[in-house]
Design a protein around this ligand. Structure first.
Ligand SMILES: C[S@@+](CC[C@H](N)C(=O)[O-])C[C@H]1O[C@@H](n2cnc3c(N)ncnc32)[C@H](O)[C@@H]1O
Length: 246
């Protein structure tokens, strides 16, 4: 429906208050990929707080903002330093609660063992306690709600049901998308579940950090209206090309 090649904060300023039915997004994971670089974790979280505050204003009451995020690994700079992990999902929860969102779910996206980099190669050889490092096969899907002064029952529709075969627990096993041209896409199977569980046909869905446009592509397939923002012009051209072929 609408792809904006600009900073999402600019798009958000154009969106009407309380007009979005669902927000689904995977923001930059701090400095994990070269397309977005921040001076510090504090400046990164400040930027995210600005974005998700605007999202809060534009989201309808009792509707969800769903964020895919995970801790990031900062590689060691040299042989005398150590690598370390930044627990981004655990920073997002207090940030979102401060803005006014209600925390609903921590869904775990589990990838197959063979789909992730091997971190425990040297531990496997020497098995020294304290040096244990598991392979990271999970990411978080954090679900937040914009509170409303009425019960959720009031907005539930009777004529639209989630298909059988839905996820019964909060660990969703899904393969990563390895065929995508973007360096950090989330799989369409993941977005299909989120869109199915948290929106109705015809609803308006927004992704502030479009990347390869997975959210818009899924919405097109599932009969939802969509808006996306993506700051990178080359990515936008590719999204337009992909969507024209759907
Ligand atoms: C993790 S990727 C999103 C991947 C996407 N979920 C997909 O399936 O392809 C984050 C994207 O946000 C974009 N981005 C970073 N800062 C932005 C901003 N302020 N406004 C809009 N897009 C931004 C980056 O260029 C990158 O493509």
């Amino acid at each position: 429906m609408n792809l904006y090649n600009e900073d999402c904060k600019e798009t958000l300023k154009k969106i009407n208050a309380e007009s979005l039915d669902l927000v689904v997004t995977s923001p930059p994971y701090y400095n994990a990929k070269p397309y977005s670089q921040y001076n510090s974790v504090v400046s990164y979280m400040d930027e995210m707080e600005e974005v998700f505050t605007l999202v809060f204003e534009k989201l309808k009451k009792s509707r969800m903002c769903v964020i895919n995020i995970s801790p990031v690994l900062i590689s060691r700079a040299n042989r005398n330093s150590q690598s370390y992990r930044i627990p981004l999902p655990f920073y997002y929860v207090p940030m979102m609660e401060k803005i006014g969102y209600e925390f609903l779910e921590d869904i775990i996206w589990k990838k197959p063992d063979g789909a992730v980099p091997n971190r425990n190669g040297s531990f496997y050889r020497h098995r020294k306690p304290l040096a244990y490092k598991p392979n990271i096969v999970t990411e978080y899907i954090l679900v937040f709600k914009k509170p409303a002064p009425f019960l959720l029952d009031k907005v539930l529709k009777n004529d639209s049901l989630v298909e059988d075969g839905y996820e019964r627990n909060n660990v969703w096993e899904i393969n990563p998308d390895t065929s995508n041209w973007h360096p950090a896409p989330f799989p369409s199977a993941l977005v299909e579940k989120i869109v199915q569980y948290y929106s109705y046909e015809g609803d308006l869905v927004y992704d502030p950090f479009a990347g390869s446009g997975t959210t818009g592509k899924v919405c097109k397939k599932m009969g939802r209206q969509w808006i996306m923002s993506e700051i990178n012009q080359a990515y936008c051209s590719k999204i337009i090309n992909d969507i024209s072929k759907l």
